[in-house]
Structures are given as structure tokens and as C-alpha cells.
Design a protein around this ligand. Sequence first.
Ligand SMILES: [Zn+2]
Length: 231
Amino acid sequence: MTEPVQVMVVTPHPDDAEFGVAGTVSRWVREGKSVIYVVCTSGEKGTNDPNMKPDELAKIREEEQLAVAKLLGVREVIFLRYPDQSLEDTPEFRKEIVRLIRMYRPETVVTADPYRRYMWHRDHRIAGQVVLDAIFPYARDRLAYPDLLEEGLQPHKVEEALLWGAEDSNYRSDITDTFGIKVAALRCHKSQVGGHPFSDMEKWLREWAKTMAEGEDFELAEAFHRVEIWW
Ligand SMILES: [Zn+2]
């Protein structure tokens, strides 16, 4: 049987989770929680370089994600390798997430908020929706997948979902002590952030984290819409 984790982070592309939750992941790991990453697509379309081939980029981005995992202390990274920019809400994708939730039995699942309006990457919207559906009712309900039961994957009730990118955040996580690690984690995604002067990006990230912490008694935050699953 797979050793359970406290936290499962489901990211549409490599690097989304670093923008959304890396500071909090680092704090959780310091507190002794085990965290796994599930990476839906390998982000093979994320380039403006005319000489870059998708296969090559997928490989680079997976390596970048593994470097982040090492830095943050993430226990395991699972690459689902769905095609970038073509994520769809299919029964297969949903079942794959259900399977992983039942295998790893996380208390907390973190992903992109599917309900951000207007300009939001389609893969983020789809991943967020599929993950929420997988949590409830499909991972929880015994008869949702009789074949998973036969494999020994019992129903599992996730306790909370944290959604990054939310327009109506209701939960702020203190990253004052781990902000530096978040920045270092983003820096691992060289294929994505390599073109910008990193000092500018760090400044921008700090301003953003400060805004997220407004009204709290700490300086820097990541913000989420938190859904407690109490039923
Ligand atoms: Zn993304």
C-alpha cells in the first residue's frame, strides 16, 4: 500500500504551483508534512523559441519541476503527460485524479481555481474543475468506480481544497519565512523565467505577496479560496 501524504498539489503545467503555492509547500515540509506533486501536462507549448521542439521542451520542463521538488522537499512528482493546451474534462482524466487521491489519501488538495473569470488559461480552468469533481463526489463515494475498489483503492474523503488564482480568496498562508525558497523554486523554471531580469521578478513577487498579506499580522502571503469538505 502507498504511504499516504498530507498534501497533494495538482498543477496544470510545471511552474503554476510555484507561483501559486511553493512558499506554503516549503513551510508544510518544514513542519514535517509530506507533499506530492501531480503535473497534468509537461508544458511543451510554453516557448517563443523558434528552434525549440515540443518533446525537447517537455523533457526540460520535467527536469525543472524535479529540481523544484528537490529544493522544496516534495516527496514525489507524478507526470500525467496530457498534451499542453489540450487538457479536457474527460472521464479518463477525472478517474486518474480519483485514483491518485485514493492511493495517496491526502488531507489537503491544492490546485488552480477553475472559477477565475475572463482571461485564465484553459488548462487551469479544466484542471481545477476536474480536481474538484474528483475530490467530491468521485473519490469519496464507494460505488463511483467499482473497478478501483476491486484494485483495493478504497474511497477517500479529502478534508480541504485550496485553490490558487482565486478572485475571492478567503485564506492567506504565511510565507514570510519561505518567500526566498519560493523565489528560488521559480528560478528553477529557467525555460520560463530565464528571459526576465530575475531581480525585477523577485521585486514583483514580493509586492504581490505583500498585497496578499494585507490585513494579516504577517508580511508575505499566498492567497487561496479554501473549501472545507465537512459533509
Ligand atoms: Zn499554467
